[in-house]
Design a protein around this ligand. Structure first.
Ligand SMILES: NC(=O)c1ccc[n+]([C@@H]2O[C@H](COP(=O)([O-])OP(=O)(O)OC[C@H]3O[C@@H](n4cnc5c(N)ncnc54)[C@H](OP(=O)(O)O)[C@@H]3O)[C@@H](O)[C@H]2O)c1
Length: 274
């Protein structure tokens, strides 16, 4: 695989910072090889001081000085950024990576020069602690090698999977929005602990460690959710009583229809941009 030593990042926000941290920790890029464009002077100063990266306010400079470009701006400013950099893209030289939620590859391919190589990535907010799951898909002109390079880069913030773009709205509805669903369940469990008499701080600790431990148990023992439930539910016991209530109130149906709702909304939003 081609070794890429430099990267240019357009947009120096939350996700860019999580990635920069990962790049430095995993030694994917050294700080002087990371060039970031960001409009806010204070933010540029912060990134330079904290990570020793090079910053600029000029997006065109990124495209002129780097062949690997990561677009890390919010979806609503993407069109403006693409129009600004379009004329500086060399289709032989540049590989464009984008993490903007909900923007289909066709949108970039329509605005950028014909045959531009693009890889679309959907990470999630757990990137901030290097526990993201990033789904990647390649555009019409990107190669398998481009996809491999992108996977290597995103392994800096967690795990990666490759999917067809037709599954990107499903990915967004599941793992993109997922941290919010898990946070909602955690919040409810903490309240439940308080309802049965636990002090809130103890309930928080019990809840978080139970979630962490269950995930680790499932991944390390390779047991599926059914097996974990069976391990904890003794006949006529307390756990099966709670599970009975969850089933009766339609917990699984609520989860499935909520994720489906996110999926439909994502499809609706990305159709507008096609
Ligand atoms: N956060 C997540 O969990 C998550 C998950 C998956 C995908 N994403 C995607 O990641 C992208 C970045 O999200 P984020 O959470 O990192 O947002 P963010 O913190 O707002 O970062 C965006 C950065 O881009 C800068 N910017 C704005 N206009 C610009 C321009 N014209 N040229 C260059 N930079 C510009 C912003 O500066 P100002 O603050 O000065 O405007 C800001 O620093 C989004 O497209 C989002 O959909 C995020």
């Amino acid at each position: 695989m081609k070794e890429i030593k430099e990267i240019g990042i357009i947009g120096g926000g939350q996700m860019a910072e999580a990635l920069i941290k990962g790049f430095l920790e995993k030694k994917i890029f050294s700080s002087e090889k990371i060039l970031v464009s960001e409009p806010l002077a204070e933010r540029r100063k912060y990134l330079e001081k904290t990570y020793k990266v090079i910053t600029t306010e000029n997006n065109k400079k990124i495209v002129k000085e780097r062949s690997l470009i990561l677009l890390a701006v919010k979806p609503q400013v993407m069109k403006k950024v693409l129009e600004e950099i379009r004329d500086f893209i060399d289709i032989e030289k540049h590989l464009i990576l984008t993490i903007a939620a909900g923007i289909p590859l066709a949108f970039y391919e329509k605005i950028l020069r014909e045959k531009t190589r693009i890889v679309r990535i959907m990470p999630n907010t757990c990137a901030l602690v290097h526990k993201s799951i990033s789904a990647l898909c390649k555009g019409t002109f990107a190669t398998d090698e481009d996809l491999e390079v992108s996977q290597q880069i995103f392994s800096a913030i967690g795990e990666t999977v490759i999917v067809d773009e037709s599954l990107m709205d499903a990915v967004t509805a599941l793992s993109g929005s997922g941290p919010a669903y898990v946070a909602l369940f955690i919040e409810a469990l903490i309240d439940a602990g308080v309802r049965v008499g636990l002090p809130r701080n103890i309930s928080e600790k019990l809840t978080l460690q139970t979630i962490l431990g269950t995930v680790e148990l499932m991944t390390k023992s390779q047991k599926n959710p059914y097996e974990i439930k069976a391990m904890v539910s003794s006949p006529g016991g307390t756990t099966i009583s709670a599970l009975h209530e969850f089933y009766e109130k339609g917990f699984q149906g609520i989860v499935i229809s909520s994720v489906y709702r996110a999926y439909l909304r994502g499809k609706e939003l990305s159709e507008i941009l096609k």
